[in-house]
Design a protein around this ligand. Structure first.
Ligand code: MG
Length: 394
């Protein structure tokens, strides 16, 4: 098995809410059970497989479900209880990999690319996860294993209920071909209808459309449809850790109109954010600028960096680029904010691509470390941030 291949497992609990209810009331086992109604705006949130067998579907109005399956037991949603079980389920994932992306209360992607030395083939890992989930919660899960999130997700659907489907890297195209396009990521009712109007019902049929035609018809989504239909999906598994952000903002005692003053504030904010990143051992891949104008209209602009950073000068220069996409300087601002998102473990930083890059990066690291230790001892205002020095030169 090649090392650079991605192995992603998508785990999805089977009829989760209904399963938890049956677990807590064993006398309901084997009966059609519907969870929903009440505060959930009168729709079915979850249905046991017995209820599904009689035509009950998720998101169906409860009144309709009662007509198609009058003998079903209807229970209210007990979210707190499902969250309890969900925590046990998610704990199982982290035994195998730290790279877990929770999608919802009963679903997650687990990137096990680096794990098979330790735990065996990804398919065996998926089986082990299912076994442990069942023995520890009493609820059944299905799992799909594939080289991408798309393949894994579609494999887990095919595995339901209570199974594992493995789709190898060379099998993805064949696996997807006969499936209805509605199963593809982001294909909702509207897209599905527009595709049907073109005579496209299956993934294989979608492949007959050239990229240009799809782009002309569906814009940005067209390119995704083109790629997904071929099983191309490069989206990484994003852990919870990475989706959080670290930010600082400042509301001014009087509105700012002067661009120079705005830049000065951003400089300080960038420096604060970078320092907090370093303290937490995190680097940000995404820098976000927030502006609230005097009339309380709020906008945000963000940029993804080529390399994650915890350097205030890099954060500041990203902010300067973003500032040009705002009306700051022409329209009075009452608040500015800077944040770093898509956080990564700072110790895992990539090497600079060239020697010069590496040397410059090492120099900046040294400056930041020295600055941090002085400020740790003598307070935040004891030393001028490196970024401020640079700004004076420029
Ligand atoms: Mg589910």
């Amino acid at each position: 098995m090649a090392k650079d291949l991605s192995h992603i497992i998508h785990v999805d609990m089977d009829a989760f809410f209904a399963s938890v209810e049956i677990l807590d009331r064993p006398e309901l086992r084997g009966k059609p059970v519907i969870v929903g109604g009440g505060a959930e705006r009168g729709v079915v949130c979850s249905a046991s497989y017995e209820a599904r067998g009689r035509g009950v579907r998720s998101a169906m109005p409860v009144a309709h479900a009662r007509r198609v399956c009058p003998e079903a037991v209807l229970l209210p949603v007990r979210r707190g209880r499902y969250e309890e079980v969900s925590r046990l389920v998610h704990a199982v994932f982290y035994r195998y990999t730290p790279r877990v992306e929770p999608v919802s209360i009963d679903e997650a992607f687990c990137d096990v690319s680096g794990c098979f030395r330790l735990f065996g083939h990804p398919k065996d890992i998926a089986q082990a996860m299912r076994r442990e989930i069942f023995s520890e919660t009493g609820c059944a899960a299905s799992a799909g294993v594939g080289p991408s999130k798309l393949a894994a997700k579609m494999a887990s659907e095919a595995a339901k209920p209570g199974g594992v489907v493995y789709v190898g890297p060379e099998e993805v195209e064949d696996f997807l071909a006969p499936l209805p396009v509605s199963r593809l990521w982001g294909v909702g009712k509207a897209t599905q209808e527009r595709l049907a109007a073109l005579g496209v019902r299956t993934v294989a049929q979608l492949r007959d459309y050239p990229l240009e035609a799809l782009a002309a018809k569906f814009g940005k989504q067209g390119a995704l449809l083109y790629e997904f239909s071929r099983g191309i999906d490069t989206r990484p598994v994003v852990t919870e850790h990475e989706t959080k952000s670290i930010g600082n903002e400042e509301t001014f005692s009087r509105d700012i109109l002067d661009i120079g003053e705005a830049k000065n504030r951003l400089l300080r904010l960038s420096d604060k954010v970078a320092r907090r990143l370093r303290r937490n051992g995190l680097k940000a891949r995404c820098v976000c600028l927030k502006v609230k104008y005097a009339d309380f209209v709020q906008i945000t602009r963000n940029v993804t960096l080529e390399e994650a950073t915890w350097d205030g000068a890099v954060v500041y220069s990203a902010c300067l680029g973003l500032l040009e996409k705002t009306e700051v300087g022409a329209r009075p601002a009452r608040l500015l904010g800077v944040s770093g998102a898509q956080l990564e473990d700072g110790s895992l930083g990539r090497q600079g691509r060239f020697f010069e890059d590496t040397r410059e990066a090492a120099r900046r690291e040294q400056v930041n470390r020295a600055m941090d230790s002085i400020r740790d001892r003598f307070g935040e205002k004891s030393i001028l941030p490196a970024a401020l020095t640079q700004d004076k030169e420029g």
